[in-house]
Design a protein around this ligand. Structure first.
Ligand code: SF4
Length: 118
């Protein structure tokens, strides 16, 4: 049995996941919790949020995130790729900064527009 706290809403239900019984979940108050418990136990995923360097912009770094959850084991590789990225201003919200980051199937996108410096 694996114990987890569901992070899908502020209620924070205490989940029990039976790994020897097809990842059956108990303790959840809704189906989202059951899905979270199964996914977190079988193949955990995370949305990566960070910033990348912004060249010639009104701010030095541009906020970014993946446009979907990526396998947890890809997070470190994705974060190391971010260290090498510098995007040129202007940047538009939703702009793809890195496609298919770390072969995860998700794109890294800008979450804020950055105007070019005067
Ligand atoms: S199981 Fe449902 S109600 Fe409980 S924390 Fe998760 S999302 Fe919220």
């Amino acid at each position: 049995m694996k114990e987890l706290i569901c992070i899908c809403c502020p209620q924070g239900c205490h989940l029990m996941v039976d790994e020897e019984n097809d990842y059956a979940v108990t303790g959840n108050s809704c189906e989202r919790g059951a899905e979270y418990g199964r996914t977190e136990s079988m193949a955990p995923v995370r949305v990566l949020t960070s910033t990348v360097a912004c060249d010639g912009g009104q701010i030095l770094r541009c906020p970014v995130k993946t446009n979907g959850a990526i396998p947890k084991e890809k997070i470190w590789e994705a974060e190391s790729l971010l260290q090498k990225v510098s995007v040129k201003a202007p940047v538009h919200i939703g702009q793809v900064i890195l496609a298919d980051i770390a072969d995860s199937g998700a794109d890294l996108i800008a979450t804020k527009s950055v105007e070019a410096a005067d």
